[in-house]
Design a protein around this ligand. Structure first.
Ligand code: MSP
Length: 532
């Protein structure tokens, strides 16, 4: 299988990650894991964007130098990504030597091409966007992304001739419809390119924290021209030819919709200028809001991912984000919606199905699968649903329909649940129909075994727990034909995957302290007993 190089936007180091920045890593992680499952050789890069005035200011306020400040910030990101089971292969920081060397070499190439010049510029600068705004970027005189008033700046800086690449960008985007996705972003970006691009300031001389320009060491490279290069410096640009040849061009840049212009217009133009191949696709996902409002670092209206992870586990957050916030549009996190999803899909749905299956195999067969016996009600329907599932999920993942893929997996969960009701294993046991009971339990365990593989990219820790309870080990293989687990297969011990949540205790704001939504009295919503 082919290589697959996937990246996320590198996060600004000057504030802690929040549920929005986490959403991007979770989505990209599900894609990276799915590709690995399909057998691709995957490289997944994330990181931290450090050279900015905001970092300098924060560091000064804390009496630290900017490098030290970034060192202190790093674990706030890496600890969270670890807790969320983000499977990145590398973590790049723009203050690392490898990045500075690559960015310097990249700059030299663009300069040699004649695409960098010095000029005076006056404009309205948004510090949140780290960019000059155009009239269309303003609402009531404020930045439409950050809700803050831009500053009027006049400066003599070095500029990149982005305008020179307007036509080339229009042509590239028109010729490669897959280059910018989803379509709504493609149309936006294409319109901007068609309007004509403006040259962009790429240096600062007012502070020293940055990569000095080779043509004028009194200036440092400014934000985007530095940060975007991480995607190539992370795979050995101008340092490790073999590595670079292996991974570049990137197969997928995952970014938020607010930074599509930089990625879909500036970055490709920079690459064209330097004579480097363009990435294959840029996906601009939507925004996660919190309680119906935009999250904002400036107002502090933010959801801290730990408020979900600490009481409910990483997979609860992963599942909600991936299921509820479609990858191509905006979505909202509310504690009510989270609790409803969690209880319905994870506690009552998947968790309950696993718990009743494993418990019944213990109760009726001493934890050892008897193998397929007599055929009967809904066997074929269950098999057909579970055999189609991997193909359906693959087709949805090909379109990056992450929530659609989860919805499809839950269709199988519901089908298997219905199969339990249709066959009522407890009645089969009472009536001594052991040959039929053997089939039903084997089919249920087999269904869950298949689902555990498909769930792995989305909720990896849960998938591992399911596999342990089913007594499965060995590499993950996307299931194809229906192959029932063999007679004699030993099942593990049952344990609640997702204890139900009491709705009124989930919102930290409601309690005035970090969320401690208590799992209710241990155990699933309904065990096999309750359905008897
Ligand atoms: N440092 C730049 C990116 C440079 S990439 C060469 C940056 N950093 S950021 O920390 O502000 O944002 C990091 C990523 O998180 C961006 O892709 C951004 O769109 C995304 N998100 C920030 N807030 C978000 C939400 N509320 N929801 C979803 N994604 C969000 O931009």
């Amino acid at each position: 299988m082919a290589k697959f190089y996937i990246t996320c936007a590198i996060d600004y180091a000057n504030s802690s990650p929040h549920a929005g920045t986490a959403y991007e890593k979770i989505g990209a992680d599900a894609i990276a894991r799915w590709k690995r499952l399909q057998g691709h050789d995957v490289h997944f890069l994330i990181g931290m964007d450090e050279h900015s005035i905001n970092v300098v200011k924060k560091a000064e306020a804390q009496g630290m130098d900017p490098e030290k400040y970034c060192d202190v910030m790093e674990p706030k990101f890496t600890d969270l990504w670890k807790a969320l089971h983000i499977s990145n292969d590398d973590f790049i920081r723009t203050t690392q030597k490898r990045h500075i060397a690559s960015a310097t070499e990249f700059f030299k190439r663009v300069f040699a091409k004649g695409d960098i010049y010095k000029a005076k510029y006056t404009g309205l600068y948004c510090i949140g966007c780290e960019a000059y705004l155009k009239p269309g970027d303003l609402v009531d005189g404020k930045c439409k992304n950050h809700g803050t008033e831009p500053q009027k700046l006049e400066e003599e800086n070095w500029f990149f001739r982005l305008s020179k690449y307007s036509q080339a960008m229009v042509e590239h985007i028109e010729k490669h419809p897959e280059f910018v996705q989803p379509d709504v972003r493609r149309n936006e970006v294409l319109n901007v390119a068609k309007d004509g691009l403006e040259d962009i300031s790429i240096s600062r001389s007012t502070f020293k924290f940055g990569i000095p320009l080779t043509c004028d060491p009194a200036h440092v490279m400014y934000v985007w021209f530095d940060a975007l290069v991480n995607y190539i410096s992370g795979v050995g640009f101008a340092a490790d030819e073999a590595m670079f040849a292996k991974w570049w061009p990137a197969d997928l840049h995952v970014i938020g919709k607010d930074i599509t212009r930089f990625h879909c217009l500036l970055w490709p133009a920079m690459l064209m200028s330097a004579g480097v191949a363009l990435p294959k696709q840029i996906w601009g996902h939507g925004w996660v809001h919190y309680k119906g409002q935009k999250m904002s670092k400036s107002t502090g209206h933010l959801l801290d991912p730990w408020d979900v992870i600490t009481p409910h586990g990483a997979d609860a957050l992963r599942y909600f984000m991936l299921r509820e916030v479609a990858w191509d549009r905006d979505g909202d996190f509310t504690w009510e919606a989270f609790t409803a999803r969690y209880n319905a899909d994870l506690a009552n749905g998947l968790g309950n199905l696993l718990n009743r299956t494993v418990s019944m195999i213990h109760r009726y067969c001493q934890g050892v699968l008897p193998g397929v016996g007599e055929a009967g009600t809904a066997d074929d329907e269950l098999k057909a649903n579970l055999v189609a599932a991997p193909l359906d999920v693959a087709a949805l993942m090909e379109k990056q329909d992450l929530s659609g893929a989860l919805e499809r997996i839950w269709d199988s969960v519901r089908r298997a649940d219905k199969y339990v009701e249709e066959n009522a294993p407890w009645s089969l046991s009472k009536q001594g129909k052991t040959a039929r009971l053997a089939t039903v339990l084997t089919f249920l365990a087999t269904s869950l075994a298949r689902l555990s593989v498909l769930l792995h990219p989305f909720i990896p820790a849960t998938a591992e727990k399911i596999r342990a309870q089913l007594g499965l080990s060995g590499p993950l293989v996307i299931p194809a034909a229906w192959e029932p687990l063999p007679p004699g297969h030993k099942i593990g011990e049952p344990a609640a995957l997702f204890p139900r949540i009491e709705a009124e205790k989930t919102d930290p704001a409601a309690e005035g302290q970090p969320a401690k939504g208590k799992p209710k009295g241990g155990g699933q919503a309904k065990g096999p007993e309750k359905t008897k």
